[in-house]
Design a protein around this ligand. Structure first.
Ligand code: NAP
Length: 341
């Protein structure tokens, strides 16, 4: 059946300005790291994409290596996009990235000019797109001069293959340097994509090289933040409190950094159970509370969720109905997260 986007798609979603740029992102964006690969059900992920756009999610995040196998998520997204979303291209922001292992030999990963430029060309072919909206350097490269990686991003933006440049997983000090270089080149850094959740708060820790944390560096430089794995890959939900469901990310035993059973240790599950109780008291699911907790910080432009179905994504979007926390609730969350039992 042909897809027709809902007329109401802009009624509920909130949009937040990305740093000091002209771009606004939906408070919740959809990532395609998992659930869009070779063994995933096309009917399910196509419906997830429809639900996303119908609910005002205008931003889809990919990377060269998403699948599995690497490249498959871009291929699958490209097919659905061509069929269902081509006429909505100007309403949608698509991002991709490069930096993790993608092809054999010395140019298939990290941050050389050769690597970044070849990879975006491959991504555009896989998705059958003329351009992406945001192109990220996916991780800092300890061996390539930062100027070389940033000049490659600047080059791709000037070529029109990407509209904006971003960086991901860069610590605060290296972020400040990258932002400065991009500014000098005339292509401002639009956005940073770090991991951030109640269970992983490295972005709040001071980087001694600049005596600041990542969120401070981003705010000072007018760079947006889109935070990934906000649910700690599903751990910050009630799904693992009574065992491991077969159809969950852990149950499916996925490769390449996906959550595994070793991530479900008893002390973490105890915290998750206590957070779940608090979420119920707030009239939310734990997933919704975990997303709301991130959105309470105005420096977070967008929360980048994954979803294994449209219904699940809707549940996450409903977090927007209650993003306010009382100071007592925030204190209780800190107590739970810092408890050492
Ligand atoms: N830049 C980077 O290095 C990097 C790294 C990782 C991810 N990312 C980006 O961030 C995106 C999100 O990452 P993520 O998938 O790890 O995020 P996540 O939102 O923390 O985890 C998504 C998983 O949580 C579960 N879930 C989602 N919504 C739920 C809900 N409302 N109720 C219950 N369970 C729910 C689902 O697990 P089940 O499958 O078990 O149902 C889903 O697959 C990726 O797709 C990618 O775009 C970027």
């Amino acid at each position: 059946m042909d897809y027709q986007a809902a007329d109401s798609r802009y009624d509920q979603m909130q949009y937040r300005r990305c740093g000091k740029s002209g771009i606004k992102l939906p408070a919740i964006s959809l990532g395609l790291w998992q659930n869009f690969g070779e063994t995933d059900d096309k009917k399910v992920y196509r419906e997830t994409l429809h639900t996303a756009f119908d609910c005002g999610i205008t931003h889809f995040d990919l990377a060269n290596n998403y699948g599995p196998p690497g490249g498959e998520a871009e291929i699958n997204f490209g097919k659905v996009f061509k069929k269902d979303f081509t006429s909505y291209r100007d309403e949608i922001l698509i991002s991709t990235k490069s930096g993790y292992y993608m092809w054999p030999g010395p140019y298939g990963e990290w941050g050389s000019r050769k690597q970044l430029i070849s990879s975006l060309d491959q991504s555009l072919k896989r998705m059958d797109l003329d351009y992406v909206d945001i192109f990220y350097h996916h991780r800092p490269d300890p061996d390539t001069p930062l100027e070389e990686s940033m000049m490659a991003l600047d080059h791709l933006v000037r070529q029109g293959k990407a509209l904006y440049a971003g960086i991901s997983n860069y610590p605060a000090g290296k972020t400040a340097e990258a932002v400065r270089i991009l500014k000098e080149l005339g292509t401002p850094c639009l956005i940073h994509q770090p991991r951030y959740s109640m269970l992983d708060r490295w972005v709040e820790a001071t980087d001694e090289s600049v005596h600041k944390n990542l969120l401070q560096v981003l705010e000072e430089n007018g760079v947006g933040a889109i935070v990934f794995s906000p649910l700690a890959q599903g751990l910050l939900t009630d799904k693992y409190l009574k065992g491991i469901p077969d159809d969950s990310r852990v149950g499916r035993k996925l490769p390449n950094g996906a959550l595994t059973a070793t991530g479900l240790d008893a002390s973490i599950l105890k915290k998750v159970a206590a957070l779940n109780e608090l979420a119920i008291q707030r009239g939310q699911t734990l997933a919704q509370m975990a997303i709301a907790w991130l959105l309470k910080d105005s420096r977070v432009t967008s929360v980048l969720v994954g979803a294994s179905s449209g219904a699940q994504l809707k549940n996450s979007i409903d977090s927007l109905k209650q993003i306010h926390f009382t100071s007592s609730e925030l204190e209780q969350i800190e107590l739970i997260l810092n408890s050492s039992e």
